[in-house]
Write a protein that binds this ligand. Sequence first.
Ligand code: MN
Length: 729
Amino acid sequence: MSESVLPNHLINFSDKSLLKLPSSLYKTCKTYLSSEDIKKIQKAYSFAFYAHMGQKRKDGSDYITHPVAVTEILLELKMDSDSICAALMHDVLEDCNVQKSNLAKMFGDDVAHIVDGVSKLGKIDLKNVADKNANNLQKMALAMANDVRVILVKLCDRLHNMRTIEFVPRKKQIQKSKETLDLYGPLALRVGMQDIRAELEDRAFKCLHPMRADLLKSAIKTSSGGRKKIVQKIRKELKSRLKSNGIEDAGVKGREKNLYSIYNKIKTKHKPFSEILDVYGFRILVDSVDDCYRSLGIIHNYFSPIENKFKDYIAIPKTNGYQALHTSLLALDAFPIEVQIQTRSMWATANMGIAAHWSYKTDDDAGIGTGLRASRWLSSLIDLQKKSSNPTEFADSLKKDLDSEEVYLFSPKGDIYALKAGATPIDFAYEVHTGLGDSIVGCKVNRREAPLNVELESGQTVEIITSSKTVEADPAWLNFVVTGKARSGVRARLRNQKVSSARKAGKFMLESELQRSGKSLKDYRGSTLKRVLDSIGVSSLNKLLTELGSGKRTGNIVAERFYSGLKIRKDTDAKKIKPVFIHDNHIEGVSVVFAKCCHPVYKDPVIAHSDTERGIVIHHKRCKQVAPFISKDPRYIPGKWAVNTKTHVYTAKINIVTIDEMGVLADLVSVFTKAGINIEQINTKNIDSTFASFEMEVDVEDLEELNNIMLKIRSKKITTSCTRLINEK
Ligand code: MN
């Protein structure tokens, strides 16, 4: 999709150009939303109307009828105005060249986030999901949504699409129906929306297996003919028993089971149809938990309960938050019945799930935002979980899933990959294919170029840019990759690169050694070079340099051979050794590391040491690791700082001794924080009861910044001393 600018007529709405809301929407809006909310919804409607202008649905109607129908369903659930706006505009990102940022500007971040989330969920194509485990699919969807309202809008979108499924081609019907049974039905159950689940599943079932659905339906019809009277009789009996025992306005209903659940029971439990239908189901609705238990007592008194069939889901709710008392009895001495007893609000929760909590305002909810109300609902569920002995995992797992430890990402082809949270494009590349990881040079996230260390978010499309040339891996990558695959991939590449960097380091060592006599490798060519190599006993210069760089040969001995090759004597005057220039963290293109023993910083006097293990290491000149060897060993070369480009921060180590009293550490830390200096590490030691000592590693730009901050620390009353630690003798 190109990133064209939104046409002006969509951005520059004047109040005059706002369209009237269709009356089907307006009527319901007025019942519970403020006029301010309705104005915003009107704006969203107008926006969607213009954005979809000219587009048609498969049945030939204007496209806008679809978002309007989706919105009608959400209005029935009494959702908040942001969800309603998002529902009206839920297809504009996909189909109309509108950017998320446009929506955020005009309608706020919440609306933009919900619309964006719904679009992302729409991209889940089950064909491309390797892991077909239903539970994982739901988790993936929740993690991608990351706001419950995204799920609710998406479910209503799917519901309307299933209601109008007959207009799409058969192939798409089958795909959508499967998707509905595999993902959206279970998802609806997971967020506790029983009604929507039942309708989604029944419609998908009818679409996939029209014959079976018809057969089942007519079988139910036939068998329920004679049942009606019995159901009526039992219902009356239950109601009058409850009433005469003081439960005045209990609602008693015969329960309808949905088609798909009957089908599933026959299929999975291998029970005959008659046995499943022979049980009569009733629901008793009362006003309080107290009445639930009293009702149970009353009906157990009049009908004989069937043993072991009682379940208390009020004290121990089901994992999706469902609460009710379940019992089975023998009614009128002959008919087994199943009775579910619950309060009206439990019933509403079970049927409308989270949405119920938007619609059932209590007095102390007045005036608080819907997001807050939703989170209150979640926390009340958590509360419930703590109180009951067998905890409900619902609130917990839902919360966890919305805030997942995994991210779900798309390849440009639409394949989905699940990675550990914190994953970067390099992790993604290695997850897709080792070869892809090995040749990564850049990446695009949602079609825009992005750095390789960017933390990816669920729902993003990641495109890896590769190069056919050999690409150097950067050891710094190991600092931010999070997956095992990427880590070992990068490590393997670094091992291979070591050979070439050993060669570079070897060249650097030999050159700096030859320099002492004003010579360079260039002075050795043809037969002279061959003679020298022969005398050393090595087949090629490259091999020699690699061996030198990896520490298999000693620089000064090799150099000695080179000198005798040109028949010159080694000049041992150390003053003549030219220093090497350190650019950031490179010397002549070879990357260097800064020693962890003495922590040199930019502008410190330093020594470059070609360490056989670590390559070239920069030490502080006074560090005891190098000080004794300077001018004795050619592997220790004075370093000079090139003009710093300030892309590198240096870690310095300091020791601070203070009076030991409450809050000294916080006091010290605030000095660093104020100066904008990051503290990497603090080790606290109590010297005795009066003094405390803190060893700190801090990040600075250069020696000057370090000296300044140390001065500030010393000027504090509590400070006894503040010294730099550079590993001196
Ligand atoms: Mn839609």
